[in-house]
Ligand binder design. Structure first.
Ligand code: NI
Length: 187
């Protein structure tokens, strides 16, 4: 289909709330094209998840897919392609974990973000079938990051910097000083 340009920090589309879709809409050619565009764009930019607002479409659609060999998130495991529409999160374990997150819409930066470590996500898939997945660890963080996009929230909004801490870094400094040190701090 098509590689789309990713909206970056400062573009108001990233701050808009998104609209849910009906099952008939999900099965329409327009939404099937949107899903394919999300896949093509994510692959081109090297992401592990992308939400529709990031390609300037304010609908509650996002995808997630990553492999062991992800260049941006090496060693974080793998997860097959998941298309999640109208998703809702339920926290199953509110103990928080933190990972250094990045975002295709905030290029060149990483930030250490704490989120609940175990969640359930209820959603409709690309055929409008109801699905449910329980996620923990890094996968739980990826889901929460993508779902935040659907509510106009970016990871930089969630950084709680303690005095003297450096929890926002350029990619190069992240790799030099922080990679591997604290990707799974639990608190
Ligand atoms: Ni993002």
């Amino acid at each position: 289909m098509a590689i789309r340009k990713v909206a970056r920090l400062g573009n108001p589309v990233l701050r808009k709330k998104t609209r849910t879709l009906s099952p008939d809409e999900i099965r329409s050619p327009e939404i099937q094209h949107l899903i394919q565009d999300l896949r093509d764009t994510q692959a081109e930019y090297g992401g592990i998840g992308i939400a529709a607002p990031q390609i300037e479409v304010p609908l509650r659609v996002a995808i997630l897919e990553f492999s062991e060999s992800s260049a941006r998130y090496p060693g974080m495991g793998a997860h097959p392609l998941t298309v999640f529409i109208n998703a809702k999160v339920t926290v199953l374990d509110s103990h928080e974990q933190s990972f250094w997150e990045g975002c295709l819409s905030v290029p060149g930066l990483r930030g250490k973000v704490s989120r609940p470590r175990k969640i359930r996500v209820d959603y409709l898939d690309e055929n409008a079938e109801p699905c449910s997945i329980t996620a923990e660890g890094f996968l739980a963080t990826v889901f929460q990051h993508e779902l935040d996009h659907l509510d106009g929230v970016l990871f930089i909004d969630r950084i709680k910097t303690a005095p003297g801490a450096t929890e926002l870094a350029f990619t190069e400094e992240y790799q030099r000083f922080h990679a591997g040190s604290s990707s799974l701090d639990e608190s």
